[in-house]
Design a protein around this ligand. Sequence first.
Ligand code: BTN
Length: 246
Amino acid sequence: LGKEMTYLDTTESTQIVAHKLAQEGAREGHIVLANEQTKGKGRLGRNWHSKQGTSISMSLILRPDLSPQKTPQLTLLTAVAVVRALKNQTGINCEIKWPNDVLINGKKLVGILTEMQADPDRVHSIIIGIGINVNQQLKDLDPEIQGLATSLAIEGGKPFERALIVAAVVNEFETLYEHYLTNGFEAIKTLWETYSISVGKYIYARTMREVLYGFAKGITNEGVLLLEDEQGTLHQIYSADIENAS
Ligand code: BTN
């Protein structure tokens, strides 16, 4: 991973660049890294703020021999890799909020966006975008996300070297990814559950249709969240906003 790398000072979005490179035949493990993005992409068509050259914006191109249904596992694996890398490199403890936010004290630090180019039965490439807020101060955070987001510098009280964190994330990702390709998702799932803020707790899950309340039992091999309500009915949550009940 990272033997081939495209480094850009400024770009719209490393995801866009990575998609283009993948179409042109970039190999497994090619990494696109940018000092700053002018139009970072978030999930669900949202923006991702990464303008000041204070955050990490990277996209990994992967070409695993996987069915498209398994790609959510790679998103979960990425969150685990980032949490472990940040712990090793900065000493800061983060937690994972289903499906794929990495938080400190309930505030968002990392965003992960997985996109793929695939036929119904075969994946051509998976692009995993990782955005980490590193050296932003409170005043640098966009007003609309203040209170919801944070950075390593805000939490750790000092600036951090972005290159060291990138290296740690790539190393950690590589270790877990190799394990995953050889042994499957089981161990990654267990790790994910240990870092999760919701598993083992009572939560509210706001889906498109309803708000469910219950005990978060864990995730399935597909990354689906399992919630047991007070009647003992087990719900499979595919998409929802999650909040811990206090
Ligand atoms: C989210 O909505 O939480 C996901 C945010 C993903 C942001 C990263 S930054 C690197 C890559 N390039 C992008 O344009 N987006 C992802």
